[in-house]
Design a binder for this molecule. Structure first.
Ligand code: PLP
Length: 407
């Protein structure tokens, strides 16, 4: 046994792995298993992109080191894409900002936190939050400050709570809209209020994790605070990725757009750790029409809309509307157990029963979900809307039955 660092001892393992192992074991026993735990689209990337990868396989440069911050033409292309999509000034981006391409946007967020945090700095997170934020903050010596929200407000955080969480040590707020795991995005009204909030707190930096921005299946489409005041870009790190928009989680390409000095600092971290992201994939992306992803995602969004509607109907029929809220984007729904009849059995003992409940659901109904513990929401679980309609309907019917079970 090696003596491990205290830093690594503080980092949590993922519960999902354990549940997946159980699901595989149940499947091997011949029991039907509904895997609603997925965090990726179950489809291949656009054909045009796959052809480009195929073509780039022929060139020596595809196998050699990429520049640390990424190929300049691709960095420019990503900046142009964001400027077009968000209707913000490309001139402003090109003059004062830069883009760094990393090994997935998880890596971009990790580098951003490394570039921004000193030990003890506070980072505000809105629960439900993506599981990796608290661990990455911890790794860089920062302190996560969590703001709660609930199912009645469709998991949208309140400004009074945000205001209360601010201290002189608050350095960063991580905003993730559309949100993993709730599948909601914050309204334009919320974003305008956030602008006012940021004006009252002129030193706070925002990391805006926008990896699901294209995956919006119910109107209105997501908007961002800096669209209302582009001056705020000067204290914003925009994070994006091809993982969700091009169904390419395994290719590991994400990026961050930030003021030049922050990108330089992130490049320094990247240069001494992983080096640049895959040359093959970056080169293949150079001529891909990113706006054409709109068409690629159309059938995906139709499917998400159908499954989201099916979920609403099944909950309504099962008298569980009070456990439901409208998801709009990304491909998740966060199920709050605490007001379902089955929760009576658990409510005698205070605390978070997410893991015990998801284990029981797996055992009894063969449904795999991700417990809400790691998302910062007790007594909840995340399910994905991506699976095919028929098994999805079967799984939700079983889930509704389970939720209504009082014994
Ligand atoms: N941000 C959010 C909210 C996510 O859900 C994910 C992945 O699930 C990521 C970032 C990281 O994605 P990637 O590193 O594949 O770009």
């Amino acid at each position: 046994m090696m003596l491990l660092s205290s830093r690594v001892k503080g980092i949590q393992d993922s519960i999902t792995m354990k549940l997946n192992e159980k699901a595989i074991a149940l499947g091997e026993e011949g029991k039907p298993v509904y895997n609603l735990s997925g965090g990726q689209l179950p489809i291949k990337p656009p054909a045009e992109f796959m052809e480009k990868i195929h073509h780039e396989l022929n060139f020596l440069k595809s196998y050699q080191y990429a520049p640390v911050a990424g190929f300049p033409v691709l960095r420019k292309k990503f900046m142009k894409h964001i400027a077009t999509q968000r209707k913000i000034s490309l001139e402003l981006l090109e003059s004062e900002f830069d883009c760094i391409i990393s090994n997935g946007s998880k890596h971009s967020i990790y580098n951003s936190l490394g570039a921004l945090l000193d030990p003890g700095d506070e980072v505000v997170l809105f629960a439900p939050y993506w599981v990796s934020y608290p661990e990455m903050i911890k790794f860089w010596g920062g302190q996560a400050v969590v703001i709660r929200s609930n199912v009645y407000d469709a998991f949208v955080p309140a400004f009074e709570d945000l205001e209360r969480a601010m201290t002189p040590r608050t350095k960063v707020i991580i905003l993730n809209s559309p949100n993993n795991p709730s599948g909601v995005h914050y309204s334009d009204k919320w974003m305008k209020e956030f602008v006012e909030f940021l004006h009252r707190h002129p030193d706070v930096i925002v990391i805006s994790d926008e990896v699901y921005s294209e995956l919006n299946y119910f109107d209105p489409a997501p908007t961002y605070f800096y669209q209302h005041d582009q001056e705020l870009l000067k204290r914003t790190v925009i994070v994006h990725s091809i993982s969700k928009s091009l169904a390419s989680t395994g290719l590991r390409v994400g990026y961050a757009i930030a003021p030049k000095n922050a990108v330089t600092a992130m490049s320094r971290i990247q240069g001494q750790t992983t080096s640049g992201a895959s040359s093959l994939i970056q080169r293949s992306l150079i001529d891909v029409d990113l706006l054409a992803t709109e068409h690629f995602l159309t059938p995906v969004k139709t499917h998400l809309r159908k499954n989201a509607s099916l979920l609403r109907e099944k909950f309504r029929e099962g008298n569980l509307s009070h456990c439901w809220y409208q998801s709009l984007s990304a491909f998740y729904f966060l199920l709050d157990f605490s007001r379902a009849p089955m929760f009576e059995r658990f409510s005698q003992i205070e605390g978070d029963h997410s893991v015990a409940i998801t284990e029981e659901i797996l055992q009894m109904e063969g449904i795999v979900m991700v417990p809400g513990t790691d998302f910062g929401v007790p007594n909840s679980a995340r399910l994905t809307l991506t699976i095919e309609e028929v098994p999805f309907a079967e799984a939700i019917s079983k889930l509704v039955k389970y939720l209504n079970r009082s014994k």
